[in-house]
Design a binder for this molecule. Structure first.
Ligand code: AMP
Length: 198
């Protein structure tokens, strides 16, 4: 299957080091150059805004999905291909993943974690099949990945679940990572969702 539409999760924080902003913009450029269409949270600032600006500049269609209350807290991105205003965070999260071929998480806070973990959970249960890519700028996700390994070591997840996501150091590695991860699309995750006694 060829990847056409990707979902990007990313920080809303406006207080981040330049390295993070640069990586977010690099990701947008890579996505635009690859001719992919992008769905994200619709924010105009933080890593979300940097990614969206660069993706648009590189020719991508960028679709934002934002809950109505957030439009009163912060400005959504003003130049998107489309902006969908939904009722609540849950609807947004569901809409962001609908019809998506792959999920990419830039560094972020609890909002990004929640979105990322939902994608992982759905993949484990055979409800989402696309690649899940973590962009590990500044080794930001090292501790999260270590904790997921701990979860496997303690038998909360199966060892095969470690194959559900791919960690890349920078966005230049994205398209190769997606191509490699595509192999796991056919994996029968659902049959391995449950951790059974040894
Ligand atoms: P966080 O990583 O905690 O900043 O959360 C960012 C993620 O959660 C994004 O992918 C958004 O979908 C959503 N989100 C959380 N807070 C905001 C916000 N203030 N503005 C836009 N999206 C947000």
């Amino acid at each position: 299957m060829s990847i056409k539409k990707v979902t990007v999760y990313a920080a809303s924080s406006q207080a981040l080091d330049a390295d993070y902003i640069e990586a977010a913009a690099d990701l947008g450029t890579v996505l635009g150059r690859a001719g992919l269409s992008v769905v994200y949270g619709g924010g105009g600032s933080g890593l979300m805004g940097a990614m969206a600006d660069a993706a648009l500049a590189a020719g991508a269609e960028v679709h934002g999905i934002i809950p109505e209350f957030l439009t009163r807290v912060e400005s959504p991105h003003a130049g998107l291909t489309s902006l969908e205003v939904v009722d609540d965070m849950r609807t947004r999260k569901a809409r962001m993943l609908e019809g998506s071929d792959a999920v990419i998480a830039l560094p972020g806070g609890c909002g990004t974690f929640e979105e990322l973990f939902e994608a992982m959970t759905l993949k484990r249960l055979g409800q989402f099949f696309g690649p899940i890519i973590l962009v590990n700028t500044q080794a930001y996700y090292d501790k999260l990945v270590a904790f997921l390994r701990h979860s496997v070591d303690q038998r909360f997840m199966n060892r095969t679940h470690l194959q559900m996501w791919t960690v890349i150091d920078n966005p230049a590695e994205l398209m190769d990572a997606i191509a490699r991860a595509e192999g796991s699309r056919k994996h029968s995750w659902q049959s391995e969702a449950v951790v059974r006694p040894r």
